[in-house]
Design a protein around this ligand. Structure first.
Ligand code: HMG
Length: 384
């Protein structure tokens, strides 16, 4: 059978962040609640000039050469921060990137699970069409509102993955376990720009779904925790994944508990400094694990994807020998290091100055924007 999986990964988040200790102080909270209790140090601040399409284009540009672009046969764009009820973000993206017109370009939605749906559908497609190359995107902006309990778990950014046969980074196992239930733990009605959430309940549903799919995966595969070098979790905030890991650690030996915990620390490093990017969070965590962890070829990694509403999936893959060639380490490190810290007052101002949610034409101030792709405004009700 054709070996299929993730060939390359790119990541983009805008060049600004707000410090979580500073935000805690401004909100009258103990900084350790945010830094330790929630497990977040910095939160990406998304300027009005970046939306999910431009962020996805900036992420995809890192992994696509002109020769590769010419071979992309499908774009699957997972997002829950869509910009149009009809036209897919993937169509805008394919145009911006100059992809061939004989491509399929589709948007997928199921909260934070959308990119996993894209990854699995892409993998199945490549299993049938081994020459195919599929671009899978997870891009979102997490907004709960100023001074809400969810504010500390905001963030944003995009992950772009190329799914191919004989992948450079990760060969996906062809077994996975998934679970869907109609649950009201978090939702974003189309008339709102900010999420509604039953916070505590959502964390419990996340853990219950993890238990369900992990148990089912083990029954399907006869694998146990001993078969894994690391787990990557959907990280709405890093403490959430830590709780997930704690749920299964007692199944491991003390020695393996130590190595799985060390791998978790590596996997949460970048998310701790970006925040939640919904569909992209699990894949940023995977990238963080690759960048900061001690993994070697043939290590098996477990993935827990969770999207409120709710859908969960546990799947796995095996690290390939040249996995470090599949991402641009120096560029990623520089991108995160070069970000500018903004004050809480500036973050609040940027947060409230998004492109208005009405039909008015607007030009955005793009003075500080340094990204290759950015949103300039709206003219005749069309994004510029
Ligand atoms: P909260 O009520 O502000 O926080 O809401 P808390 O009072 O529960 O405290 C949080 C933790 O900080 C607790 O630790 C406290 O003990 C600790 P825990 O008991 O959980 O281990 N703490 C401290 N630690 C150290 N020093 C201190 C201190 N004080 C307190 N001084 C909540 C937190 C996450 C609920 C809120 O931020 C929220 O509603 N966030 C949004 C919802 C969310 O992220 N849910 C996650 C699961 S659902 C999901 O993952 C899907 C999602 O990504 C969306 C999608 O699928 O599209 C969200």
């Amino acid at each position: 059978m054709t070996v299929v999986g993730i060939d390359k990964i790119g990541f983009y988040t805008p060049g600004m962040y707000v410090d979580m200790a500073e935000l805690a102080t401004a909100r009258g909270e103990d900084p350790n609640k945010y830094l330790i209790g929630i497990g977040q140090s910095k939160q990406a601040v998304i300027p009005p000039t970046q939306d999910v399409v431009t962020m996805a284009a900036n992420a995809a540009e890192q992994i696509l050469t002109p020769a590769l672009k010419a071979k992309i046969g499908m774009v699957l764009f997972g997002t829950e921060s869509g910009i149009d009820n009809s036209k897919a973000t993937a169509v805008y993206l394919a145009h911006l990137l100059g992809l061939p017109q004989n491509t399929r370009a589709i948007e997928l939605k199921q909260a934070c699970y959308g990119a996993t749906a894209g990854l699995q559908l892409a993998a199945d497609y490549v299993r049938v069409h081994p020459q195919a190359k599929v671009l899978v995107i997870g891009a979102d902006i997490a907004r709960y509102g100023l001074r809400t309990a969810g504010e500390v778990t905001q963030g944003g950014g995009a992950v772009a993955m190329l799914v191919t046969a004989d992948p450079t980074i990760l060969a996906l196992d062809d077994v996975s376990s998934y679970h869907t239930e109609d649950v009201m733990d978090f939702w974003r009605p189309t008339y709102r720009t900010e999420a509604l959430v039953d916070g505590k309940y959502s964390t419990n549903v996340y853990l219950d779904f993890f238990k369900t799919v992990w148990t089912d995966y083990q029954q399907q595969t006869q694998r146990s925790i001993a078969d894994f070098a690391a787990f990557a979790f959907h990280l709405p905030f890093t403490k959430m994944g830590r709780k997930g890991l704690r749920q299964i650690l007692p199944e491991a030996t003390p020695e393996q508990q130590a190595s799985l915990t060390a791998a978790f620390e590596a996997s949460q490093e970048d998310n701790r400094n970006v925040g939640n990017l919904y569909t992209g969070s699990l894949y940023l965590s995977f990238l963080s694990l690759l960048r900061h962890g001690q993994l070697v070829a043939n290590d098996r990694i477990g993935f827990f994807s969770y999207g409120s509403g709710a859908e969960g999936e546990f799947f796995s893959g095996v690290l390939q020998p040249n996995f470090r060639d599949g991402f641009a380490e120096e560029q990623l490190a520089k991108q995160l290091a070069d970000r500018r810290r903004v004050s809480v007052a500036d973050y609040e101002q940027i947060y409230t100055s998004q492109l208005s949610n009405n039909s008015r034409d607007e030009q955005l101030a793009v003075g500080e924007e340094t990204a290759t792709y950015y949103l300039a405004g709206r003219q005749h009700e069309q994004r510029q």
